[in-house]
Design a protein around this ligand. Structure first.
Ligand SMILES: [Zn+2]
Length: 405
């Protein structure tokens, strides 16, 4: 029993020291790349969307020598596509096909598939055209949509933007089978680490772009990547309620961005030319780092912006959280130790050794694994309990040592 306990404290200290050292060595790992990559994505181009706005948007990118991914709905449901029971649809008219074709050949846009009808399906609990459907059905929808778009631009369409950013594992399987290269949804999507797809979830909408860029500027050395999701309702001319920019303001913004040499501006397909590692393992890293943060800190305190960051940065972030998770129990353990020592000496209390160790292990496991059921408050309670049980363990160990000598 003695040997087991005596391993505990040095082990703990060793771990803390290692984590501290790794944090100190940050400059060694830091990347030299000081650029921010920004990819633009515009959703909901269809027979019923605002053609004038789309022409102006494409024109604005063209004028500044930039490109944007246009998410096209090839056969939109007319009427309210949030309803699953409608049955009238409309394919792109010739003028809208021409706009796409011309802009594509100029290199101003990437054409992406944004659903087939964008209509909510009958099976999914949440808004989704794809999630919940059988594989064959999803494959057919994707293939039909992809073929329709490929016939317009006479080139492969390899990026998929699921309506409402919602999809499931069958969607990924069907995308793989249809030679799609990229999926752009959000940070709540499913993934498996074997798919060859690139994951480029949107990191902000147009309203949140400026603050996201500010976050990215503070972390320039860590290769931030921003994916901006734009809808027609982001423009005040289209929607005075949801809009955040007048078109002219947006055009000015784009112009300013284009002049900066610390930014790389591209469409979704272009990201791979500037940014390594945008596959499922990276997406997994981003999602797990975010979850870890939310386990330790209140969301308003941390608010980790959904940015793509370098592997080094994500590792640092994780180490930082782990350090916090370990340090708090350790500091508390010392405090508890001195308090408990006094009570112990006065009353000569008996403490069941196996019980303490079990509780210590139990609380530690809950802190450091996914078993933790809630946010930072539960974590804090577990940290306090761990500190308490650790103090008891040290106390018990030291007393036994005194007794045996
Ligand atoms: Zn949409």
């Amino acid at each position: 029993m003695h040997t087991k306990t005596s391993c505990l404290l040095p082990g703990y200290c060793f771990l803390i020291a290692t984590l501290l050292l790794l944090t100190l060595f940050k400059p060694v790992f830091a990347s030299n790349e000081n650029k921010i990559t920004i990819a633009f994505r515009f959703d909901d181009y269809s027979a019923t969307s605002n053609t004038l706005l789309e022409k102006n948007l494409i024109n604005a990118f063209d004028k500044n020598g930039l490109s944007i991914t246009i998410g096209v709905i090839p056969n939109i449901m007319t009427g309210d596509y949030h309803q699953s029971d409608g049955d009238s649809y409309e394919t792109l008219p010739e003028n809208k096909k021409d706009i796409l074709r011309n802009a594509y050949f100029k290199g101003v846009i990437e054409v992406a598939l944004h659903g087939y009808t964008h209509q909510r399906n009958k099976v999914s609990q949440t808004m989704s055209e794809f999630a919940g459907l059988e594989y064959e059905k999803q494959y057919d929808l994707l293939k039909t949509g992809q073929t329709m778009l490929e016939e317009i631009i006479h080139a492969p369409v390899t990026t998929f933007i699921p309506p409402w950013n919602s999809y499931d594992n069958n969607t990924l399987k069907a995308l793989d089978a249809l030679d799609f290269k990229t999926i752009s949804a959000d940070f709540n999507g499913t993934y498996n680490t074997t798919t060859p797809l690139q994951f480029l979830p949107f990191t902000c909408d147009l309203a949140g772009f400026k603050s996201t860029l500010e976050h990215a500027e503070k972390r320039k050395g860590n290769s931030p990547l921003i994916v901006v999701m734009i809808h027609q309702y982001d423009f005040l001319e289209i929607s005075s309620e949801r809009g955040s920019y007048y078109f002219q303001e947006f055009e000015n913004l784009l112009h300013d961005l284009a002049l900066r040499n610390d930014l790389v501006l591209t469409d979704l397909a272009g990201v791979e030319n500037y940014y390594q590692n945008i596959y499922a393992p990276k997406y997994n890293q981003l999602v797990t780092t975010k979850k870890l943060f939310l386990k330790a800190f209140p969301v308003q305190l941390v608010a980790p912006p959904n940015l793509y960051m370098s592997d080094t940065f994500l590792l640092e972030q994780k180490l930082f959280v782990y350090l916090y998770l370990y340090l708090i129990p350790l500091i508390l353990a010392f405090a508890f130790y001195f308090i408990l020592q006094r009570i112990w000496v006065r009353r000569n209390m008996q403490i069941p050794f196996t019980g303490i160790i079990t509780l210590l292990l139990f609380t530690s496991i809950f802190i450091f694994t996914r078993l933790n059921p809630g946010g930072y408050k539960i974590t804090l309670i577990l940290q306090i309990l761990s500190g308490f049980f650790l103090a008891l363990t040290i106390l018990r160990y030291r007393r036994n040592k005194t007794v045996s000598y």
